[in-house]
Design a protein around this ligand. Structure first.
Ligand SMILES: [Zn+2]
Length: 80
């Protein structure tokens, strides 16, 4: 078993990849992740997944805003 662990051998967690996708990491943090992505396919896949997750979240948020704006216009259905 190899005992060598350089900085770029460290995997980042799900939260970090989500923040990377959202673009809320500091330059330094993003740089570290990008460096790691070059050598780690597992984490690349994770970023692809969180990219999709963040995109879906943004779509959902935009959709919510639209629905709220339109308001409810369903008629009351209580029987007299
Ligand atoms: Zn990794």
């Amino acid at each position: 078993m190899l005992a060598m662990a350089s900085e770029s051998d460290r995997h980042f967690d799900e939260e970090a990849s989500e923040r990377y996708s959202m673009g809320t990491l500091s330059d330094e943090e993003a740089e570290q992740i990008e460096e790691h992505l070059l050598v780690c396919e597992a984490c690349r896949r994770r970023v692809v997944e969180s990219d999709a997750y963040v995109a879906a979240m943004r779509r959902a948020a935009a959709e919510l805003r639209r629905v709220k704006k339109r308001g409810r216009n369903s008629p009351p259905t209580s029987p007299g």
